[in-house]
Ligand binder design. Sequence first.
Ligand SMILES: [Zn+2]
Length: 308
Amino acid sequence: MSSLRDGAERLRQAAGYLRRLADRLERGEAERSEFDRAVAEVLGVQRQAFGLRPRARRGEGAKSQILMYLQAHVGQDVSGDELGAVSGIQEWARRVRELRVEDGYEIVELGSSTYRLESATPNHERSKQWQQANEIRNRAGSARSRIEAFLAANVGQVVTRQQIDYVANIAEGSRRVRELRDELGWPVNSHIDEPDLEPGEYRLLSTDPADFRDASQRLYPEDLRQRVFERDDYTCQVCKRNRAKALAAGDTRFYLEVHHKVAMADELADLPVSARHDIKNLVTLCHRDHFEETAKLQEQRRRSRRGA
Ligand SMILES: [Zn+2]
């Protein structure tokens, strides 16, 4: 009974919190994500006090209690507090990791100890990837070198932000992925480049330096790149290929870049932002046609300079 009383008290507190949050939202002082988190927490209290509570069989450990609880709430956001209460242990986070890494359950971490089990059954491909992640995590070297090793071991495959953070053994591992892409030119696709990817999923296309990205790509903000790709239907405007067509033709290294129709790569940085980011000047090309177009533009410039 005490969990019911506790639950009622926590719901009362949550109602007060939501009311204050509503005021802050109205004044523009709170983020939508704060609200989503509060709702997840309220639902967690509700589940704990009144919801489905799978009963572990005698002798079964904390880990299987956590698993059963997650399986009873597939696709729902579950808080760490709930998992702690269900399992009666402090190190529930470690058990969650084991379920993911050793047993292959697709458990997404939604930040600030909120979790979601995507499917009641384990995914063996994912499980293998996690075991490999575990092996690379234990290697010496920098966080970045471990991320590089993990991406390179999964060329063409989808890897997740959780795996990257795990391998790097730091939070914000995905920031290192962006550095690899923007500073070293690794062709790593995100949901911006490939609409089939979810936010937080990445795909390294190639480790061949010939396939590396054009350095000027980092001058375009992500939302602008997305608008250009969307407008052009994720299709190269020269060869008219999209990723599906390229794959069907056996080209697994196909990826898209933004091409500036007027300015050369070395002029882009000095261009006023309004001109650089004017979507009318931008067009979607595959990285090979981008290279060709750039070479052509360069040749034209050389000729006109000689002529002048
Ligand atoms: Zn093309």
